[in-house]
Design a protein around this ligand. Structure first.
Ligand code: GTP
Ligand code: SPV
Ligand code: MN
Length: 617
């Protein structure tokens, strides 16, 4: 049985594809596509693995791989009463987040990648990495993972084949993608698939390269086993390569969640939201509304929590979207029954936990799981951890970027369209960052072009999802700074041009759940209470809710947004929404960072939007 296959697609006529180890002589027989077989043979010759293991994504296969992983130390089987089907993995402590400074776009010349990407000349990139791959799988197994990104049958669905020497990557990819026969069937006799080669190497940051060759539809990743660096269907294919293809072919790949909001009258509105890494996408995508909303008939359903692919439907002229993934690779710390009960259900079975703390009885813990920490555990670094040690040294039990990998089929509020190849219509687009100062809770752009400007100028405090300093405000356009696979100038232009092919475009909004008062406390309760903001947004999409025009955009007054039952007096809300002249000036100065980076290449529409803002000020 294959997981998360679209039931609408007829079953394969052929027998289920092979799963397991096989000798190289059987390669041509077992790999149904000649282009894939040829490429795999070349990679085998380069990497020289001891064993080949073809995956078909079945549950039975996953159990076999978990058993292997428990035997070789990749996994620890958790207490199966508490965590049925769940396994624990601890990574190398130097390999716990995306490494943006080691991530490259490799093209013939630097102009294609622009000022926000690391560039490597393509031939040099291949040469450098070929040296690293040479013999790197001696004594190891090469797992062959055929997968599809996107609901089966969707016009945008893309096939990839990942070759990896990491068993951890193999099982994670089984959860995160649609794997096996579906991929071979979609590929047919074509050679259009993303060639994904991955080796953990010796997990040495000095020999770590995450290289993308968009012109060859190829990804070469070496030296890291971390999600975004190693699960190549995710950020590498579904964002960097896909954004490049989308720009060429007239569609969009974005770092967005996608959710449905069903109102009491039964009308469902889909919105997509771009927040940077570890800034609330998974939480927002699965939110459980406050009781009075559910009592009234509101319901939130999840299509996706991290990535969307969007295109303009020819007939309606409206934007539609799919989630290319089949699972969630979510931030664990801070997740509990109060903040995100649906995520707790998602990870309750058949999931992988990476870099949380392990208890002696096979249970797990993380900061924010419960008020009471365990008396003793082994932390993400494999060291003894007690609350006392934490007090003395500041050591964390779970790494701040510890993650769960869970099948989206586990989600109790999975949207009924999540597997539908036709996708869902997008009525609203939300941009949001993590901003402790200066940025209000919510406002709406005047129009698409102004919305593109707001997205382009998005600022956010850096998080533990990428290595480097945490808490520094940086410009993260559309939450895509680390994921645009080409020149950001062309990316902005692509966003503006999309308007021309839409008959009716989504309304655009800006939110910030993270504003703090002078005591460093969050001014907005967040999580489920974000429903109140979402309701205003949904109503605005249908031309219903009230707002007043301000310098920055359309803003709700206290009376326009439902604060009933929140213990938030109107003055507190106005404070949360207010932006002083000085705050706005400092924000405009902060945007300068991006203008300087693009130097003379910032599209003139963006310069015009800034001039308009300054003149309003
Ligand atoms: P990636 O998977 O890295 O792309 O992250 P994400 O955008 O899905 O972020 P996620 O929902 O996992 O949230 C990241 C962190 O922000 C978690 O620790 C959450 O508890 C916290 N968080 C999410 N939503 C809110 C909110 O509304 N208010 C506050 N204060 N914290 C939040
Ligand atoms: C992010 O960093 O935005 C993530 C986690 O969603 S990873 O897939 O590792 O990039
Ligand atoms: Mn993400």
């Amino acid at each position: 049985m294959t997981l998360t296959t679209n039931p609408k697609v007829p079953a394969a006529g052929a027998k289920a594809s092979f799963s397991g180890a096989f000798p190289v002589e059987r390669l041509a027989e077992l790999i149904p596509n000649p282009f894939a077989a040829k490429w795999i043979a070349e990679c085998i010759e380069l990497c020289k693995p001891d064993e080949l293991y073809l995956c078909n994504g079945s549950i039975e296969e996953r159990e076999r791989l978990y058993a292997r992983g428990c035997a070789d130390g990749t996994f620890v089987k958790l207490d199966q009463k508490k965590w049925p089907g769940c396994y624990y993995h601890r990574s190398n402590s130097n390999d716990v987040a995306r490494t943006e400074h080691l991530t490259y776009i490799c093209t013939p010349g630097p102009d294609m990648v622009g000022p926000t990407n690391n560039w490597m000349e393509a031939k040099q990139g291949y040469a450098k990495l070929r040296g690293l791959y040479d013999g790197c799988m001696r004594g190891r197994t090469m797992f062959i993972l055929p997968f599809v990104m996107g609901p089966i049958g969707s016009p945008l669905a893309k096939v990839g084949v990942e070759l990896t020497d990491s068993l951890y990557v193999a099982v994670n990819m089984q959860i995160m993608t649609r794997m096996g026969d579906v991929a071979w069937r979609q590929l047919g006799s074509d050679d259009e698939f993303t060639r994904c080669l991955h080796s953990v190497g010796d997990v040495n940051p000095d020999r770590r390269y995450i290289c993308h060759f968009p012109l060859d539809n190829t990804i070469w990743s070496f030296g890291s086993g971390y999600g975004g660096n190693a699960l190549l269907g995710k950020k590498c294919l579904a964002l960097r390569i896909a954004s490049f293809l989308g720009q060429q072919q007239g569609w969009m790949a974005e770092h967005m969640l996608l959710m449905g909001a069903t109102a009491p009258d039964g009308k469902k509105t889909y919105v997509a939201a771009a927040f940077p890494s570890a800034c609330g996408k998974t939480n927002f995508a699965m939110l459980i509304p406050p009781k009075k909303y559910t009592d009234a008939g509101w319901k939130i359903t999840t299509v996706g929590d991290d990535i969307v692919w969007m295109w303009v439907d020819k007939d309606s002229g409206k934007l539609r979207a799919i989630n290319p993934e089949a699972g969630y690779f979510g931030v664990v710390p801070g997740t509990n029954e109060k903040t995100n009960p649906n995520a707790m259900v998602c990870m309750a079975k058949d999931s992988i936990f990476t870099n949380v703390a392990l208890l002696p009885d096979g249970d797990i813990w993380w900061e924010g799981k419960s008020k009471e920490p365990p008396a003793e555990c082994v932390n993400w670094e494999g060291k003894k951890w007690t609350p006392e040690i934490a007090r003395q040294t500041g050591a964390k039990a779970a790494h701040p970027n510890s993650r769960f990998t869970a099948p989206m089929a586990n989600n109790p509020v999975l949207d009924e369209m999540a597997n539908d190849p036709a996708g869902v219509p997008v009525a609203g687009i939300i941009f949001g960052g993590r901003r402790s100062k200066n940025v209000p809770l919510v406002y709406q752009a005047f129009n698409w072009m102004h919305g593109v400007y707001l997205g382009a100028m998005l600022g956010s405090e850096t998080t533990a999802a990428a290595t480097g300093a945490v808490g520094v405000v940086r410009r993260d356009p559309m939450a895509m700074l680390p994921f645009i696979g080409y020149n950001i100038r062309d990316y902005f232009i692509h966003w503006m041009r999309m308007r021309k092919v839409m008959k009716d475009c989504p309304r655009v909004f800006h939110v910030n759940w993270f504003r703090q008062n002078d005591d460093g406390e969050f001014m907005w309760p967040g999580f489920g209470e974000n429903m109140r903001v979402l309701k205003w947004i949904v109503d605005r999409c249908h031309g219903k809710a009230y707002a007043v025009e301000s310098i920055i955009g359309w803003v709700p007054l206290a009376k326009d947004l439902d604060l009933d039952g929140l213990n938030m007096p109107p003055e507190a809300f106005e404070k949360l929404q207010s932006v002083s002249g000085d705050e706005l000036k400092s924000e405009i100065l902060g945007q300068e960072e991006l203008f300087l980076k693009l130097a003379g290449e910032m599209p003139k529409e963006m310069i015009f939007q800034r001039e308009l803002l300054i003149s309003r000020l």
